[in-house]
Design a protein around this ligand. Structure first.
Ligand SMILES: [Zn+2]
Length: 115
């Protein structure tokens, strides 16, 4: 499963960030940002995290996931809309002269450590 390797990479990133911070405490929570257009299934990430985190530095940590929408800007009508799925034309005028921004992020935003 694709998401399993994402979670694996995430846990490695958490491990190295915590080591770099030189913090001895437990990881309390992780905040992720997974854009709506990233193609990543949040449920699968949660499942993968439950399975893989149990013997990692993030064992027992809460997982907070934010799923930002993308914005679609149309050069033909000047419209700008929030979208939560991929579009091939402007939702307003149907023009293909659109630029889609955001919504594809997949990142570890922050790590909360025990005081
Ligand atoms: Zn348009």
């Amino acid at each position: 499963m694709h998401e399993m390797s994402i979670v694996q990479a995430l846990l490695e990133q958490v491990q190295s960030e915590v080591e770099r911070a030189g913090h001895p405490g437990r990881v309390v929570a992780l905040h992720l940002v997974i854009g709506r257009l990233s193609g990543v299934h949040v449920d699968a990430i949660r499942f993968g995290f439950d399975v893989l985190s149990s013997d990692s530095i993030a064992a027992g940590a809460a997982l907070y996931i934010e799923c930002p929408k993308a914005r679609c800007h149309c050069a033909a009508c000047g419209g700008e809309r929030e979208i939560d799925e991929i579009v091939i034309g402007c939702p307003d005028c149907g023009s293909a002269a659109i630029t889609i921004r955001g919504g594809q992020e997949l990142l570890l935003q922050s790590i909360e450590l025990e005081e």
